[in-house]
Design a protein around this ligand. Structure first.
Ligand SMILES: Cc1cc2nc3c(=O)[nH]c(=O)nc-3n(C[C@H](O)[C@H](O)[C@H](O)COP(=O)(O)O)c2cc1C
Length: 334
């Protein structure tokens, strides 16, 4: 039997994560933000090259026979633990945060700490226009008012915590994600690349906030439009949220987690399937927004959270990753 050492799984092939650069400054190795000092320099860039196509820890060990095996094993474990060497698809933050390396940023951090400068930045962005000749401009008229679900929509960050969401309202809200079978064909109320629908939805309901629903984590099954209890004992707390979003979570009744399942669409679309799933998620939240507005439910998208703190409750496989979270609750009574 192959051994499973704590820190890595010897059966798995590990890949160098594209999220990490590897720089050797004066024989001083730096991988991403981590400083590995002078010791590890001897196995680089070789380790970087051999893990581009994936290598098991054993293959890595065999490659560097002149290096102290104890030290090498420790280093490999550290690289796995820091997710420099990965055996799963990357999270959105791992993929996208590196883009800022190439981006020419004319703003410093102070802009986002100083309210006046932040407002100036926001105004500039909201008033941007391409540099075009205005003589070709056609002014459009909007004669018909949009229905309130579009014109009155806004983000809610506080919710009515005195009343429970009724089962009818919960059902209306979630059913926008259901499968509809008509004339032998499966369809949904929103579009998805290739009609594959690779985004799984989990719902966390707080205790006593939804009629007839015990607190816990549920998987939403679009096949029979049901909530299947995935974990009854887990308690998600505000610790899973960034400081600015903790109040939103404290007041919400439900959290919806949109999880990309690469097994569904990567076989067909390769890496671009991930990008399409991000777009699918936007369309799903758009559909959710409409039914929420029709049912007196307020919602707030949450861009980033400390998902690693609660990931264990979801029992995801290595081809699944969180794309987006939405907090929801009854709109507050005014
Ligand atoms: C992708 C995405 C991420 C967001 N993340 C957050 C968030 O983390 N916290 C928050 O309070 N609002 C968040 N929002 C809500 C926006 O701040 C909000 O839509 C924006 O300020 C415009 O306000 P409105 O929706 O009321 O028109 C997010 C919205 C989107 C689409």
């Amino acid at each position: 039997m192959k051994k499973r050492l704590s820190g890595y799984d010897s059966n798995k092939r590990y890949f160098w994560s594209p999220a990490f650069d590897c720089v050797n400054d004066d024989d001083h190795l730096r991988i991403g933000a981590f400083d590995f000092g002078g010791d590890a320099g001897g196995i680089f860039p070789e380790l970087y090259y051999i893990t581009q196509r994936g290598a098991t820890p054993c293959e890595m060990m065999q490659r560097f026979t002149s290096v102290d095996p104890g030290k090498l094993e420790k280093l490999i474990k550290e690289l796995v633990q820091k997710r420099v060497l990965v055996s799963s698809i990357l999270s959105p933050s791992e993929i996208f945060e590196v883009q800022s390396r190439m981006f020419k940023n004319e703003y410093d951090e102070e802009t986002f700490l100083n309210p006046a400068r932040l407002e100036e930045y926001r105004r500039k962005q909201l008033n941007r226009r391409p540099n075009l000749n205005e003589t070709g401009k056609i002014l459009l008229e909007q004669k018909e008012a949009y229905p309130e679900l579009i014109s009155q929509r806004r983000t809610y960050r506080t919710f009515d915590t005195d009343h429970r969401i009724s089962m009818k309202t919960l059902s209306q809200l979630m059913s926008v994600f259901r499968q509809v079978c008509s004339e032998g064909e499966i369809r949904y109320y929103y579009a998805s690349a290739g009609g594959l629908y690779p985004v799984d939805i989990y719902v966390y309901a707080k205790d006593n906030r939804v009629e007839s629903v015990q607190g816990g984590l549920y998987y939403y099954s679009p096949i029979d439009n049901s909530l299947v209890l995935a974990n009854s004992s887990c308690v998600i707390t505000e610790a899973a949220h960034l400081f600015t979003n903790k109040d939103i979570f404290r007041s919400s009744a439900l959290s919806l987690f949109f999880i990309y399942n690469a097994d569904v669409s990567m076989p067909k679309y390769g890496g671009m399937a991930y990008f399409y799933a991000c777009i699918d998620t936007g369309l799903m939240v758009g559909a959710l927004t409409a039914v929420a507005e029709l049912n007196d439910i307020g919602i707030c998208s949450v861009g980033s959270m400390e998902f690693d703190r609660i990931k264990k409750y979801f029992h995801l496989n290595e081809n699944q990753t969180l794309l987006h979270t939405v907090e929801a609750g009854l709109k507050p009574k005014i």
